[in-house]
Design a protein around this ligand. Structure first.
Ligand SMILES: N[C@@H](CCC(=O)N[C@@H](CS)C(=O)NCC(=O)O)C(=O)O
Length: 219
């Protein structure tokens, strides 16, 4: 299959979603090299700067997402103003994910499950941070035609991909906490966020990606 993944070399842990999954989804959604680690961390992306022909290494997962979104028409229409809103919405998603990962993964080499982490994750799941996130994002989505599965008109942007991933990541993580609580993100509990989830899930390229062996097996 020809896709943008053939143009970029994305370096992360094979089969693991975490900090790179939004980038992977972005590359897959727009079906259509070069080693240093600037911050001694992964992910990084390597590519050739089209203007200078120079090899480049870009680090920091969300900087990578925004770079690719600008290059591959996954930013909202509406210039700088809309871009600022998109970055604000996605920062809220990043913050939620970072708060979750801090509890689930730190130190990042240890698995999610141990007796110390579970109560902290349950408190996080049922706490104010998640509630405020849902309330704010539902309000923002309602401002776009009452909620149609997109943040900006009818255009797929990196923000929908980021939200979809965050919903999947937290739902899958919380489902393993052992107290049989219903998912935090669902059609009933977060109707407008769920419309975004459905819109992304129905994207033909994302569908094909999820059915492929490129889709991560470890969450
Ligand atoms: N803010 C960075 C965080 C990257 C990060 O923490 N990567 C981890 C793996 S998920 C890593 O490389 N840790 C090794 C280290 O920090 O020494 C990003 O979003 O890319």
């Amino acid at each position: 299959m020809t896709n943008q993944s053939n143009i970029y070399t994305l370096i992360y842990y094979p089969g693991i979603a975490a900090r790179v999954e939004v980038t992977r989804m972005l590359l897959e959604a727009k079906a259509s090299e070069f080693s240093t680690f600037p911050f001694y961390q992964v992910p990084i992306i390597k590519y050739t700067d089209a203007a200078t022909g120079q090899p480049r290494v870009l680090a920091q997962s969300w900087a990578i997402v925004r770079y690719l979104a600008r290059k591959h028409d996954l930013m909202p229409d509406g210039g700088e103003e809309a871009a600022a809103l998109a970055e604000s919405y996605s920062e809220s998603i990043r913050e939620l994910l970072d708060s979750y990962w801090e509890l689930a993964w730190n130190p990042w080499t240890t698995p999610m499950f141990n007796s110390v982490k579970v109560p902290k994750l349950i408190a996080f799941r049922d706490g104010d941070k998640v509630k405020k996130f849902i309330s704010a994002q539902e309000r923002i989505l309602a401002q776009n035609g009452g909620g149609n599965g997109f943040y900006f008109g009818n255009k797929l942007t990196f923000v929908e991909l980021a939200l979809y991933f965050a919903m999947e990541e937290l739902n899958k993580g919380f489902a393993q906490l052992g107290d049989e609580k219903p998912p935090v993100f669902s059609a009933e509990t977060t109707p407008l966020l769920w419309k975004v989830h459905q819109a992304v899930a129905q994207n033909p390229n994302i569908k094909a990606y999820k059915a492929s062996d490129r889709y991560p097996t470890h969450w």
